[in-house]
Design a protein around this ligand. Structure first.
Ligand SMILES: [Zn+2]
Length: 319
């Protein structure tokens, strides 16, 4: 399929793409790049686009052609000169790194250059990171290393200083929605918008959130909160809902993030001069619930109190 390996296929990241286009135009390639940015914004995807471009037989200014023999191998994941290493159970240990470094002294099988992608290097043990230093400083000929790392995580300065760093950023809500709807055509626009907001512009993270099915729960809760105007009738419903929410356990803070977006949207919509106080207080209630959860207060109780307070501005209940 033509175009599937072009830089244009990567959403956003205009600066990163501009830097990479210049690199290929000038032919002056560093021996190691570090793609640094938030989780789920396309760093690993971009690393694969660069890898394909490096060995493509008929590239253009937009990157790899996507159809030559080399590109086809990249697309099928069978390119003998494209090597990747990623964390196992959340960590990259020393043995696979050592083994990888040793293997780089052999010439590539069929390409001008072997491309080595090491994902999420912030998960490397100190020993693993140290074992990579010599290779990073002076990789054997015919090798290009591309490392990725989460921006907020600490890295050994000795690793960073040996790479050319290219920064990646969160996407705009619109870009995130577009990526999500392309990847998951069955998503409706509201769901995509919620996921885009909750993931803070990181489509990869949004997909993880989608798999947790928080959105349908959120819709039920919002329905309960918006339509139980007679509190007496809504009590059972609210208690039942609180119990369901409590069972989200570790995902509960994420769910509160959705409620926060709901309240903020309402706050911004009220531009008719009406009293914003009740909505501002709802935000405070969500903050309080978040703090209580962080202190390991009883989840069900926290959810019950929160839902009652979100439902009606008065009277307020406290824990
Ligand atoms: Zn190609």
């Amino acid at each position: 399929m033509a175009g599937t390996l072009s830089f244009a296929g990567l959403a956003g990241q205009e600066r990163a793409k501009a830097v990479l286009r210049r690199v290929f135009q000038s032919g002056r390639m560093a021996h190691a790049y570090l793609f640094r940015g938030p989780d789920g914004v396309g760093k690993a995807k971009c690393a694969r686009l660069v890898a394909a471009r490096v060995n493509c037989r008929q590239p253009d200014e937009e990157g790899a052609c996507g159809v030559c023999a080399s590109c086809r191998k990249c697309l099928s994941g069978n390119h003998p000169d494209l090597v990747s290493l990623s964390p196992v159970n959340g960590t990259i240990k020393i043995d696979p790194v050592r083994e990888l470094c040793r293997s780089l002294s052999y010439p590539p099988y069929e390409s001008e250059r072997r491309v080595v992608i090491i994902e999420d290097i912030h998960t490397m043990t100190q020993a693993a990171a140290n074992s990579l230093l010599k290779t990073l400083e002076e990789p054997p000929e015919h090798n290009l290393l591309i490392l990725t790392a989460e921006a907020s995580k600490e890295l050994l300065q000795t690793v960073v200083s040996r790479c050319q760093v290219i920064n990646f950023h969160n996407l705009s809500p619109e870009q995130t929605m577009e990526v999500l709807m392309k990847l998951q055509p069955e998503l409706d626009a509201e769901e995509a918008e919620l996921l885009a907001g909750l993931s803070d512009g990181c489509p990869g993270t949004a997909l993880v959130l989608q798999s947790k099915d928080l959105i349908s729960r959120y819709r039920v809760v919002r329905e309960v909160l918006e339509h139980s105007s007679e509190p007496a009738a809504g009590v059972t419903e609210v208690l039942l809902e609180a119990e369901q929410l409590a069972s989200l356990k570790a995902d509960l803070p994420l769910f509160l993030g959705l409620l926060r977006m709901w309240v903020r949207d309402r706050l911004f919509q009220q531009d008719d001069g009406s009293d914003l106080g009740p909505w501002q207080r709802r935000l405070d209630h969500i903050d309080r619930a978040q703090r209580q959860l962080a202190r390991n207060c009883n989840r069900t109780l926290v959810c019950e109190v929160l839902l009652f307070n979100l439902q009606s501005p008065v009277p307020e209940v406290s824990l």
